[in-house]
Design a protein. Structure first.
Length: 259
Protein backbone atom coordinates (compact mmCIF):
# COMPACT_ATOMS: atom_id res chain seq x y z
CA UNK A 1 0.00 0.00 0.00
CA UNK A 2 1.33 3.42 -0.98
CA UNK A 3 0.65 5.03 2.41
CA UNK A 4 2.84 2.44 4.16
CA UNK A 5 5.82 4.01 2.40
CA UNK A 6 5.31 7.18 4.45
CA UNK A 7 5.23 5.79 7.96
CA UNK A 8 6.20 8.02 10.90
CA UNK A 9 9.39 7.50 12.90
CA UNK A 10 7.38 6.07 15.81
CA UNK A 11 4.33 3.79 15.85
CA UNK A 12 2.18 2.80 18.82
CA UNK A 13 1.63 -0.93 19.33
CA UNK A 14 -1.40 -1.85 21.45
CA UNK A 15 -0.21 -5.11 22.98
CA UNK A 16 -3.28 -5.59 25.16
CA UNK A 17 -6.53 -3.97 26.18
CA UNK A 18 -6.35 -5.36 29.71
CA UNK A 19 -5.48 -2.95 32.51
CA UNK A 20 -4.83 -3.11 36.25
CA UNK A 21 -6.20 0.37 37.05
CA UNK A 22 -9.31 2.34 36.04
CA UNK A 23 -8.58 5.96 35.09
CA UNK A 24 -11.82 7.86 34.57
CA UNK A 25 -10.41 9.68 31.53
CA UNK A 26 -8.90 6.59 29.89
CA UNK A 27 -8.87 7.13 26.14
CA UNK A 28 -8.02 3.56 25.15
CA UNK A 29 -10.63 1.25 23.61
CA UNK A 30 -12.71 -0.91 25.96
CA UNK A 31 -11.23 -4.19 27.22
CA UNK A 32 -11.01 -7.13 24.83
CA UNK A 33 -9.50 -10.59 24.75
CA UNK A 34 -7.61 -10.38 21.44
CA UNK A 35 -3.88 -9.82 21.80
CA UNK A 36 -0.96 -9.89 19.39
CA UNK A 37 1.24 -12.92 19.98
CA UNK A 38 4.99 -12.72 20.42
CA UNK A 39 5.53 -14.06 16.84
CA UNK A 40 3.13 -11.35 15.61
CA UNK A 41 5.15 -8.68 17.38
CA UNK A 42 8.45 -10.06 16.04
CA UNK A 43 7.04 -9.90 12.51
CA UNK A 44 5.61 -6.41 13.01
CA UNK A 45 8.92 -5.16 14.41
CA UNK A 46 10.78 -6.40 11.34
CA UNK A 47 8.10 -4.97 9.04
CA UNK A 48 8.36 -1.49 10.55
CA UNK A 49 12.15 -1.53 10.86
CA UNK A 50 12.41 -2.30 7.14
CA UNK A 51 10.29 0.78 6.39
CA UNK A 52 12.20 3.37 8.40
CA UNK A 53 10.30 3.31 11.68
CA UNK A 54 12.72 3.84 14.57
CA UNK A 55 10.68 3.13 17.69
CA UNK A 56 7.62 1.19 18.84
CA UNK A 57 5.59 2.52 21.76
CA UNK A 58 4.00 -0.34 23.70
CA UNK A 59 0.59 0.65 25.02
CA UNK A 60 -2.72 -0.85 26.00
CA UNK A 61 -4.52 -1.16 28.22
CA UNK A 62 -1.45 -1.67 30.37
CA UNK A 63 1.55 -3.44 28.75
CA UNK A 64 2.95 -4.69 32.05
CA UNK A 65 0.01 -7.09 32.50
CA UNK A 66 1.58 -9.23 29.76
CA UNK A 67 3.73 -11.98 31.23
CA UNK A 68 5.94 -11.94 28.10
CA UNK A 69 6.69 -8.20 28.22
CA UNK A 70 10.45 -8.79 28.57
CA UNK A 71 10.41 -11.01 25.47
CA UNK A 72 8.43 -8.37 23.58
CA UNK A 73 10.94 -5.67 24.51
CA UNK A 74 13.82 -7.93 23.47
CA UNK A 75 12.17 -8.78 20.12
CA UNK A 76 11.69 -5.11 19.27
CA UNK A 77 15.28 -4.35 20.19
CA UNK A 78 16.54 -7.30 18.14
CA UNK A 79 14.74 -5.81 15.11
CA UNK A 80 16.75 -2.62 15.52
CA UNK A 81 13.93 -0.54 16.97
CA UNK A 82 13.71 1.31 20.28
CA UNK A 83 10.99 -0.13 22.55
CA UNK A 84 9.15 2.46 24.64
CA UNK A 85 6.85 1.04 27.34
CA UNK A 86 3.98 3.36 28.28
CA UNK A 87 2.92 2.27 31.75
CA UNK A 88 0.94 3.42 34.76
CA UNK A 89 3.97 2.22 36.74
CA UNK A 90 2.09 0.13 39.25
CA UNK A 91 3.84 -3.13 38.33
CA UNK A 92 7.13 -2.98 36.38
CA UNK A 93 8.73 -6.45 36.27
CA UNK A 94 12.47 -6.65 36.89
CA UNK A 95 12.98 -8.75 33.77
CA UNK A 96 11.30 -6.08 31.63
CA UNK A 97 13.64 -3.44 33.04
CA UNK A 98 16.62 -5.70 32.27
CA UNK A 99 15.41 -6.22 28.71
CA UNK A 100 15.03 -2.47 28.20
CA UNK A 101 18.47 -1.86 29.70
CA UNK A 102 20.08 -4.29 27.24
CA UNK A 103 18.52 -2.76 24.12
CA UNK A 104 18.34 0.94 24.96
CA UNK A 105 14.62 0.95 25.69
CA UNK A 106 12.61 3.46 27.67
CA UNK A 107 9.75 3.56 30.16
CA UNK A 108 7.15 6.30 30.02
CA UNK A 109 5.28 6.54 33.30
CA UNK A 110 1.75 7.91 33.02
CA UNK A 111 1.44 10.04 36.17
CA UNK A 112 -1.18 12.75 36.51
CA UNK A 113 -0.67 14.09 40.03
CA UNK A 114 2.71 14.53 41.80
CA UNK A 115 1.58 12.84 45.02
CA UNK A 116 -0.66 10.11 46.39
CA UNK A 117 -3.55 12.09 44.87
CA UNK A 118 -2.61 10.14 41.75
CA UNK A 119 -4.27 7.13 43.42
CA UNK A 120 -7.61 8.89 43.02
CA UNK A 121 -7.06 9.03 39.26
CA UNK A 122 -6.06 5.36 38.97
CA UNK A 123 -8.69 4.24 41.50
CA UNK A 124 -6.04 2.09 43.14
CA UNK A 125 -3.59 2.57 45.99
CA UNK A 126 -0.44 2.73 43.91
CA UNK A 127 1.71 5.86 44.28
CA UNK A 128 4.28 4.34 46.65
CA UNK A 129 4.76 1.40 44.30
CA UNK A 130 4.99 3.70 41.28
CA UNK A 131 7.73 5.72 42.95
CA UNK A 132 9.63 2.52 43.79
CA UNK A 133 9.42 1.41 40.17
CA UNK A 134 10.62 4.79 38.90
CA UNK A 135 13.59 4.49 41.26
CA UNK A 136 14.27 0.97 39.97
CA UNK A 137 14.30 2.15 36.35
CA UNK A 138 16.52 5.16 37.12
CA UNK A 139 19.02 3.05 39.09
CA UNK A 140 19.31 0.67 36.16
CA UNK A 141 20.09 3.67 33.91
CA UNK A 142 17.11 2.96 31.67
CA UNK A 143 15.49 5.92 29.90
CA UNK A 144 12.56 7.33 31.87
CA UNK A 145 10.04 10.01 31.03
CA UNK A 146 6.57 11.02 32.16
CA UNK A 147 3.22 11.41 30.41
CA UNK A 148 0.56 13.54 32.08
CA UNK A 149 -3.01 13.75 30.83
CA UNK A 150 -4.26 17.31 31.16
CA UNK A 151 -7.95 17.94 31.86
CA UNK A 152 -9.77 21.24 32.43
CA UNK A 153 -9.62 20.56 36.18
CA UNK A 154 -5.86 19.97 36.49
CA UNK A 155 -4.44 22.31 33.83
CA UNK A 156 -3.25 24.69 36.54
CA UNK A 157 -1.02 21.96 37.96
CA UNK A 158 1.37 21.63 35.01
CA UNK A 159 4.20 23.56 36.67
CA UNK A 160 3.93 21.30 39.71
CA UNK A 161 4.17 18.24 37.45
CA UNK A 162 7.31 19.59 35.77
CA UNK A 163 8.90 20.16 39.17
CA UNK A 164 7.99 16.60 40.10
CA UNK A 165 9.44 15.22 36.85
CA UNK A 166 12.71 17.01 37.53
CA UNK A 167 12.79 15.73 41.10
CA UNK A 168 12.41 12.07 40.09
CA UNK A 169 14.97 12.31 37.28
CA UNK A 170 12.78 12.19 34.18
CA UNK A 171 14.41 13.22 30.90
CA UNK A 172 11.13 14.53 29.51
CA UNK A 173 7.53 15.26 30.43
CA UNK A 174 4.77 15.22 27.83
CA UNK A 175 1.44 16.89 28.54
CA UNK A 176 -1.50 15.25 26.75
CA UNK A 177 -4.74 17.28 26.62
CA UNK A 178 -7.62 14.84 27.11
CA UNK A 179 -9.76 14.01 24.08
CA UNK A 180 -13.24 12.55 23.86
CA UNK A 181 -12.28 8.92 23.33
CA UNK A 182 -12.88 5.70 25.24
CA UNK A 183 -14.05 6.18 28.82
CA UNK A 184 -13.42 9.94 28.59
CA UNK A 185 -16.44 10.29 26.29
CA UNK A 186 -18.79 9.57 29.20
CA UNK A 187 -18.15 12.81 31.06
CA UNK A 188 -18.49 16.41 29.98
CA UNK A 189 -15.88 17.25 32.61
CA UNK A 190 -13.21 16.28 30.08
CA UNK A 191 -14.33 18.62 27.31
CA UNK A 192 -11.99 21.55 26.75
CA UNK A 193 -13.36 24.91 25.63
CA UNK A 194 -11.23 26.45 22.85
CA UNK A 195 -9.76 29.12 25.14
CA UNK A 196 -8.94 26.50 27.80
CA UNK A 197 -7.08 24.41 25.23
CA UNK A 198 -5.15 27.44 24.00
CA UNK A 199 -4.16 28.16 27.60
CA UNK A 200 -2.73 24.63 27.87
CA UNK A 201 -0.67 25.11 24.69
CA UNK A 202 0.61 28.46 25.96
CA UNK A 203 1.40 27.03 29.38
CA UNK A 204 3.40 24.14 27.91
CA UNK A 205 5.33 26.52 25.65
CA UNK A 206 6.20 28.73 28.62
CA UNK A 207 7.30 25.76 30.71
CA UNK A 208 9.40 24.43 27.84
CA UNK A 209 11.23 27.74 27.67
CA UNK A 210 11.56 28.08 31.43
CA UNK A 211 13.03 24.58 31.86
CA UNK A 212 15.19 24.55 28.71
CA UNK A 213 18.42 22.69 29.40
CA UNK A 214 16.92 21.05 32.50
CA UNK A 215 14.11 18.85 31.17
CA UNK A 216 12.25 18.56 27.86
CA UNK A 217 8.64 19.73 28.11
CA UNK A 218 6.30 18.75 25.27
CA UNK A 219 2.63 18.79 24.33
CA UNK A 220 1.17 15.78 22.52
CA UNK A 221 -2.29 16.48 21.15
CA UNK A 222 -3.85 14.19 18.53
CA UNK A 223 -6.16 17.03 17.57
CA UNK A 224 -3.13 18.45 15.78
CA UNK A 225 -1.14 15.39 14.71
CA UNK A 226 -1.73 11.93 13.32
CA UNK A 227 -1.14 9.14 15.82
CA UNK A 228 -0.35 5.80 14.17
CA UNK A 229 -1.52 2.77 16.11
CA UNK A 230 -1.42 -0.97 15.51
CA UNK A 231 -4.53 -2.22 17.27
CA UNK A 232 -4.55 -5.41 19.33
CA UNK A 233 -6.11 -7.27 16.36
CA UNK A 234 -3.17 -6.32 14.10
CA UNK A 235 -4.92 -3.62 12.06
CA UNK A 236 -3.20 -0.26 11.49
CA UNK A 237 -4.99 3.03 12.18
CA UNK A 238 -4.41 6.75 12.36
CA UNK A 239 -6.11 7.89 15.55
CA UNK A 240 -7.55 11.37 15.83
CA UNK A 241 -9.53 13.38 18.39
CA UNK A 242 -12.61 11.11 18.21
CA UNK A 243 -13.18 7.53 17.15
CA UNK A 244 -15.41 8.80 14.34
CA UNK A 245 -12.46 10.66 12.81
CA UNK A 246 -10.08 7.67 12.92
CA UNK A 247 -8.70 6.41 9.63
CA UNK A 248 -8.12 2.70 9.07
CA UNK A 249 -5.00 2.19 6.99
CA UNK A 250 -5.04 -1.57 6.55
CA UNK A 251 -6.02 -4.88 8.07
CA UNK A 252 -3.72 -7.35 9.78
CA UNK A 253 -3.19 -9.24 6.51
CA UNK A 254 -1.23 -6.32 5.00
CA UNK A 255 1.15 -6.10 7.96
CA UNK A 256 1.38 -9.80 8.75
CA UNK A 257 0.75 -11.65 5.47
CA UNK A 258 2.64 -14.77 6.51
CA UNK A 259 1.80 -14.97 10.22
Amino acid sequence: MEILRALPSSVCLRVTRRCNVACSFCQAPPPGRTELSLPDIIALSRFFAARGVRSLKLSGGEPTVRSDLAEIIDAIGQAGLKPVVITNGFDVPDEAVTAAQLCGGEFKFSIHRPSAENDQILHRTSFTQIMANIDKVIKRKVGMSINTVVTPSNADGMREMVDFACEVGAAKISFIPVVSRGRARRSGAFNFLPDELEAVYKGVAELSELFAGIIKVHCIDIRNRDYWVVENDGSLWIERATEGEDLKICDREHLLPNV
